[in-house]
Write a protein that binds this ligand. Sequence first.
Ligand code: PLP
Length: 425
Amino acid sequence: MTEAPGIPERARALDAADALAAFRERFRLPRAPNGAAAIYLCGNSLGPMPVAAEAAVRTVLEDWAGLAVGAHHAGQAPWVDFHARFAAPLARLVGAAPAEVVAMNSLTVNLHLMLASFYRPAAGRHRILIEASAFPSDRYAIVSQLRWHGRSAEESLVEVGPRAGADVLATADLIAAIERAGPSLALVLLPGVQYLTGQVLDVAALSAAARRAGAAVGWDLAHAIGNVPLALHDSGADFAAWCSYKYLCGGPGAVAGVFVHERHARERGLPRLAGWWGHDAASRFDMGPDFHAMPGAEGWQLSNPPLLALAPLAAALELFDAAGLGRLREKSLALTDFARELIERNTAGRIEIVTPAAAAEHGAQLSLRVRGGRGRRVFERLAAAGVVGDWREPDVIRLAPAPLYNRFTEVESAVRHLTVALETP
Ligand SMILES: *Cc1c(COP(=O)(O)O)cnc(C)c1O
């Protein structure tokens, strides 16, 4: 092994100077196969449990037990407007006004609800543009929407991939494809952070290009929310959707969310799939036959929310507010820079870092490819050593040090285990 002297000391010094270090104690973190603490670098897939999540769920259970239906209007956190407390903290994370966001449903369901409103194919304008490596659920949703409207992927789907030999998308290529599709383009759906490569896309530039072409534009922020700073309102995007169980640490199946730009807040012509929780709250219980949407994103709600899947998210969002996205991003960049430096120094060209190096183009995740095709074996050795990342077919190891709970010394150990895994035949 070619460990340079001083690296473990540097990692310890970075931890000692870390203003966010205490947040780690506010999470429960998993154990490695040998019983020691795991090095959990998988928050891009499922964030660990905030300690306070347990009490948040218990509160809902206690109110249910003690008050039953009465808990809608009484108890520790009345259920009738429980969802409303999420608007402000979510808006801070995505760069929006509180009325532009709502916590509801799950991500793929929300994509369909947004597409029901914003994909309105007309004779000439029917195409949807996505990226060629889109997360499968997003592609399934898009293709099923095309079919729902009597269209086909062959005719109406535009997929833009990286250039030959490249792993990541070029903004200029996406803009050129948007411009080429021009008057035939109805909608653009792109990821804020690409799930496989960790690349951050330029939300402002691409939203502007889509709108210049006369298309609606939406963003899948599954890997972006709680990871990188966002400015959705100013981007002019029509909508966005995300899940809450990745960087947000809202828990498995946590209630997801959407953004709908304020210019659509009171648009009467916009079709939507409606339900009573999207109906004007003041007259909801009049039980009238006609639907009157609440202004803003809340008007897209269908059902009264699943409280047990919503409560842990409140505990998680309190941590994000206490830490502050600015400080989190600063530490996140320091963690990934440190990881990149150690990987480049210690693995002597045997690992290719797929994720772009420029700060504006990456978040917490580093996607690694083992040269020579032994990636799966290296990944399994890492897992056996207690380093929790994930493997994505065909050949990518994803490691995502998260600034809320990971330490620089964990990054140092993870790269040491990676180096050993590479050197073991
Ligand atoms: C994680 C992820 C999903 C998951 O969808 P669910 O509806 O939450 O199961 C969808 N799209 C992207 C881009 C993701 O990263």
